[in-house]
Design a binder for this molecule. Sequence first.
Ligand code: 3NM
Length: 218
Amino acid sequence: MKITNHDRLRNALALYFIMGSLNTKRRPSEVLTEAIRGGVTCFQFREKGRGSLVGEEKYTLAEELQFICQKAEVPFIVNDDIDLALAINADGVHIGQEDEPVNLVREKIGSKILGVSVHNSTEANSGLRMGADYFGVGPIYPTQSKDDANQVQGVKIIQELRSKGFTIPIVGIGGITANNGGDVIKAGADGISVISAISLDANPEAAAANLKVSITNY
Ligand code: 3NM
């Protein structure tokens, strides 16, 4: 699914689910299918951490999840692995500050969606200059899903970026649940991105639907 315009991207980022094989004890394909049924609008394949899949197995899982997204017209974004994203023609990539420089990634992926994790206005300025399409900002709340997460920032980091004039689509990340999702949107985010609130829930469909309610009625 090709998204070239920022407003369409903003809508697509509303409920952004992120998962790799380590984030669930179930089959990732089932979890993703149910999550999409519950209202997920964007998906990121994030195969990271000790024991994560590599090589052929990683590629195969990526294609399986991509196929599910394609059927549902949900954008499929790959975390970090630019070669994989290009090989399977993903809709986009998401990179952190430790990854390849944003401008080099932009050159490699052309018009695909480029998401960048930013933690302050300095990183936001350079991300914007170098071609980011949206920012992932966090961790908003404490998270168990990322070992090397930065210090918790609260929703004030989103308010701060908006007050400094950044109009680029922003998703909050880190510890977001149906209880606090509305606060993230109120602070100025266009969407929420979550791992465990969906991937570890016994009912991913209901979990996604509840998150959707939290960002719609707040
Ligand atoms: N990035 P959960 S926090 C992948 O702060 C990721 O940039 C973060 O998982 C950041 O929804 C995080 O389970 C983990 O808290 C989000």
